[in-house]
Ligand binder design. Structure first.
Ligand SMILES: Nc1nc2c(ncn2[C@@H]2O[C@H](COP(=O)(O)OP(=O)(O)OP(=O)(O)O)[C@@H](O)[C@H]2O)c(=O)[nH]1
Ligand SMILES: [Mg+2]
Length: 304
């Protein structure tokens, strides 16, 4: 990439953290802002487990978004402690904080998040999911209550899913971008490599296709990732291992005659082919590893 051809002379570049309680729509918002699905989403809370950066370059501006795990106060496993820490780290590192709230309700986790917001930084409050509000006047008391809690650079009601009011959010974020050289080439989408994204897409399908228990007992590791040929025409051979905590979970994940896993793997492969270009040959193995979530050493070995 030749910088002289692509980067304007006076560029702006800054980090923005997307924070909020589980399921509030952080990853949906990131994908909408980028126009591409790089961060996995599902109706189940705690879908995002590790921070993922999304890069949007428009005109002279480069926004580097940091999508974080949902901040929660209910559970305290080693994994959950690590996930909350990822939120605190992101808040400390960025230039601007985009704090998401649900337009319809305020919970204890929202309160906990409000008290974490750094006093010295611009914080933009987003009230998401306005498409679900039958009565839009219900927004007014929410906006009023939030604005009394701390100073916000702006309060923006929007719908990440429907793409409503995203321009207002972008305009507000742009106001706080520092003058700085771009950190990524303008066509870069994320700091995460294809290996990470492959594991995430597999995890997304597990979150979406299985019930309320299994997704939380599951971790995915990509063991081999081989590529033959050039980017768009490449053929990727990927072997992934899914860890679960019990034999009974392994049976559910595989399904009758392996049908459940087959569907999960097919849908994940299609997502990979769409994002990476080229074809993907995906093999998925399932292994039982009791108690991996509660054990800090296991988490480290699994790269979490
Ligand atoms: N109706 C509606 N649903 C939305 C909107 N934004 C997100 N959702 C849905 O809310 C659910 C959670 O979205 P995610 O983007 O995964 O939420 P998240 O905040 O990243 O969640 P965690 O990663 O678990 O913390 C998904 O089912 C989304 O489709 C919105 O504006 N309107
Ligand atoms: Mg998420």
């Amino acid at each position: 990439m030749s910088d002289s051809a692509s980067a304007p002379e006076a560029t702006r570049c800054g980090f923005m953290a997307l924070v909020g309680r589980p399921s509030v729509g952080k990853s949906t918002l990131l994908n909408r802002l980028l126009g591409t699905r790089i961060s996995i989403t599902s109706a189940k809370p705690q879908t995002t487990r590790q921070r993922i950066t999304g890069v949007l370059t428009e005109g002279a501006d480069q926004f580097i978004f940091v999508d974080t795990p949902g901040f929660q106060t209910k559970y305290r496993s080693a994994l959950n402690i690590r996930m909350n820490q990822a939120v605190r780290d992101a808040l400390a590192e960025v230039d601007v904080v985009v704090a998401l709230f649900d337009a319809a309700r305020h919970t204890d986790a929202d309160e906990a998040l409000l008290s974490l917001l750094p006093p010295g930084k611009p914080v933009i409050a987003v009230l998401n999911k306005i498409d679900l509000l039958a009565d839009k006047t219900a927004l007014l008391p929410r906006l009023d209550a939030l604005s009394k809690r701390r100073p916000f650079a702006a309060l923006i009601p929007l719908s990440a899913e429907k793409g409503v009011q995203l321009d207002a959010l972008k305009a507000e974020m742009a106001k706080h971008l520092p003058m700085a050289p771009w950190l990524y080439p303008p066509d870069e989408l994320t700091d995460r490599d294809e290996r990470f994204l492959a594991a995430e897409f597999l995890r997304e399908k597990i979150f979406r296709l299985l019930g309320d228990e299994i997704p939380y007992s599951t971790h995915v590791v990509v063991e081999t990732f081989e590529q033959e040929g050039e980017q768009d025409r490449a053929r990727r051979r990927i072997q992934a291992r899914v860890y679960v905590e019990r034999d009974s979970q392994r049976a559910i994940l595989l399904g009758h005659q392996g049908q459940t896993m087959k569907r999960i793997a097919t849908e994940a492969r299609q997502e990979m082919e769409r994002l990476f270009g080229g074809s993907v040959y995906l093999v998925v193995l399932v292994q039982v590893k009791p108690g991996w979530r509660g054990d800090a050493r296991s988490l480290q070995r699994l790269g979490l």
